[in-house]
Write a new protein. Structure first.
Length: 123
């Protein structure tokens, strides 16, 4: 399947988060398949306008928590992914180097292209 990242070893697929009426995976599970084994805690771009009393229990899911390459909570936005300091691309480059970063960016692009192909529309 052309959607799978180049770094995927063909091994374990995550357990679907919805089992009936048919197996379905969440967007967080799909994006986690692309991530290298990194850990990150960061506020998403929507955090400033949607922050409540307790950022750990936000209804808008504005605190991004990634543990060992798996997204636990949060919204993946430009601020989280972007090449700025502390973003996923920057951390991947520092920890894994240019080749793994290239695979990560390519995997994100394939995921977005697949979504646009099946759900995109024109005005």
């Amino acid at each position: 399947m052309w959607l799978l990242p180049a770094s995927w070893d063909g091994g374990n697929m995550p357990m679907p988060c919805i089992l009936k009426p048919r197996p379905l995976w969440s967007g967080k599970q799909l994006f986690s398949m692309l991530l290298p084994k990194i850990s990150l805690q960061k506020d998403a771009g929507i955090a400033s306008k949607n922050r409540g009393d307790d950022p750990w229990f936000s209804r808008s899911d504005c605190r991004v928590i990634i543990q060992e390459g798996e997204i636990m909570s949060g919204v993946i936005c430009k601020k989280t992914v972007g090449a700025s300091s502390g973003g996923l691309i920057h951390i991947t480059w520092l920890d894994y180097g240019p080749e793994r970063t290239k695979q990560f960016i390519g995997g994100i692009q394939r995921l977005v292209n697949f979504w646009l192909l099946h759900h995109g529309f024109t005005v």
